[in-house]
Design a protein around this ligand. Structure first.
Ligand code: CA
Length: 224
């Protein structure tokens, strides 16, 4: 079965451009022209990826991203945001939105397709041990779920991979570069901030279980 991608974008020309190129690569494409419809289609299809424009009429892309992350049916879906330059990029990187990546408009189709594939590749589950358990944190890679004690955690796709990486390397120091390679799959501008933001967000969700998860120095992170 082909992978499904939901495009949430109010500009018909851009939707058409994306649909054409994604279908040519074998993806099944769903389209929404505003945030409300986007949220409804995300729940209906639970696509493998959402491409989400920031500037939308009504509910904007930031809010759509936040709501996707807040609902357990959709929080695991990776989100690739389309942003204008400057302030919007800062907000995507800096705020607790849970977006997995962003592409700045006007984008090259080729770059966007590479990003789409990178995000989808990272979302794939590994064949390694399906249950990781340390420090009261239990992570089931196949079910894509994580628990602290008896509490289910609501993690985004990136937070899940980050936690998985930290648990698999428990006791050793992880540099930002290692996290970037393993969790994100490639490097991009502003990556240090991105890694730190995701680590901070993950720590907040883990609560006390995150006591040993943190930056041990400016360049590294570990979960003892
Ligand atoms: Ca727009």
């Amino acid at each position: 079965m082909s992978q499904q991608i939901l495009i949430v974008e109010d500009e018909a020309d851009i939707r058409e451009l994306l649909r054409f190129n994604l279908e040519r690569e074998g993806f099944t494409v769903h389209e929404a022209a505003d945030g409300t419809q986007g949220l409804a289609l995300a729940r209906q299809y639970t696509p493998d990826l959402v491409i989400l424009d920031v500037m939308l009429p009504g509910v904007d892309g930031f809010e759509v991203c936040r709501r996707l992350g807040a609902q357990s049916e959709t929080s695991h879906i990776p989100v690739l945001m389309l942003t204008a330059r400057g302030e919007e990029v800062d907000r995507v990187v800096g705020l607790s939105l849970g977006a997995d990546d962003y592409v700045v408009k006007p984008f090259s189709v080729r770059e966007l397709m590479l990003r789409v594939k990178a995000v989808l590749r990272r979302g794939g589950r590994t064949a390694e041990s399906p249950v990781l358990e340390r420090h009261g944190i239990r992570l089931r890679t196949e079910a894509h779920s994580a628990e602290v004690g008896s509490d289910m955690l609501n993690l985004t796709a990136t937070e899940f991979r980050l936690l998985e990486d930290l648990l698999r390397h428990a006791g050793s120091v992880r540099t930002r570069e290692q996290l970037l390679n393993n969790v994100w799959g490639y490097s991009f501008e502003g990556y240090a901030r991105t890694v730190d933001t995701h680590v901070r967000r993950l720590r907040a969700k883990l609560g006390e279980a995150a006591q040993d998860l943190g930056c041990t120095d400016r360049k590294s992170t570990r979960l003892n």
